[in-house]
Ligand binder design. Structure first.
Ligand code: PAF
Length: 293
């Protein structure tokens, strides 16, 4: 595995890779969710490339940039074991040199849900991902379902800016109680960790109601909200039932795939989660085809 921290070094390493290449962009503190993306890239591609970069541009003022979990030695050991070929670990100055002033704004898809609560977040994500696509020139790039709106934003950007690559969206990997794997789960104390399972329980309750025939978006939202409110350590920020392709909030029952999503604080930790309905859409092929249109 080659570890690289310069742009020239990355371009040289990339030029030596033969065949189909896959990129897994990450912010490090890797967990089983990241490793499932790496595993999928390994299965699909001749060479696997990973970036580890905590992107300051996607954190708002007062967010957790300074304390975001970091574990470079652990990450490198896990990536080596997973058979990764190239790891790129740039500094913020390398990605955003003095005078940097070019930003990518994916206007409409970035607006609601996370974009509404985290102004500027998707501008930072889109810009760094576009830079990574330009630097790595991958044939395929791998992202997780957990950040569903991020997937939709990147999909739109790839289409609008004609990036010649395939996006692959892999299902959320969960802990035994259903909590979606996230680097931020490391912030939770044992009591909060127990309470954090409520996000999955809320999604499951809405899924069960849907399976029993409930289609009214307001009623599905109410089920999720009630479940979140029943957990004293959780403070819901939003629940959403949206069209999975446009991410527009639904106000009437319909047949189109739905994205159920939510954000809640458990203690100081902000957690997000989602699932597609009907439930059989939560697999790689359907997530890749449906999320974000
Ligand atoms: O999902 C993430 O970890 C980040 O948003 C990404 C895609 C690596 C961009 O910084």
């Amino acid at each position: 595995m080659r570890m690289i921290d310069t742009i020239e070094g990355l371009r040289a390493a990339r030029a030596e890779l033969k065949g189909r290449t896959g990129l897994v962009p990450t912010m490090g503190a890797l967990h089983a969710g990241h490793l499932s993306l790496v595993g999928q890239a390994r299965a699909d591609c001749d060479a696997v490339m990973v970036s580890i970069f905590i992107n300051p541009a996607q954190f708002g003022p007062g967010e957790d940039l300074s304390r975001y979990p970091r574990d470079l030695p652990g990450d490198l050991a896990a990536l080596e074991k997973a058979g990764v070929d190239v790891v790129f670990t740039p500094t913020p100055d390398l990605m955003y040199p003095p005078g940097f002033q070019t930003w990518i704004e994916v206007a409409e898809v970035s607006r609601g849900l996370e974009g509404e609560r985290r102004p500027g977040h998707f501008r930072g994500v889109a810009t760094v991902v576009a830079k990574l696509f330009n630097l790595f020139q991958p044939h395929a790039a791998y992202f997780g379902q957990k950040d569903a709106q991020q997937v939709a934003v990147i999909k739109r950007m790839v289409r609008d800016l004609d990036f010649p690559l395939e996006l692959v969206i892999c299902p959320t990997v969960r802990e035994a109680d259903g909590l979606a794997m996230s680097s931020r789960n490391a912030y939770l104390n044992p009591e909060q960790r127990r309470a954090a399972g409520v996000l999955y329980r809320a999604l499951s309750a809405a899924g069960d109601a849907h399976a029993a025939g409930l289609r009214d978006p307001d009623a599905l939202r109410a089920i999720m909200l009630d479940m979140l409110r029943a957990e004293p350590l959780a403070e819901p920020e939003y629940v959403s039932v949206a069209d999975a392709r446009s991410l527009r909030e639904l106000d009437a029952p319909g047949d189109a795939p739905m994205l159920l999503s939510m954000a809640a604080r458990v203690g100081a930790t902000r957690l997000i989660d989602n699932r597609l309905l009907p439930p059989d859409l939560n697999n790689r092929a359907d997530l890749t085809a449906v999320l974000g249109g």
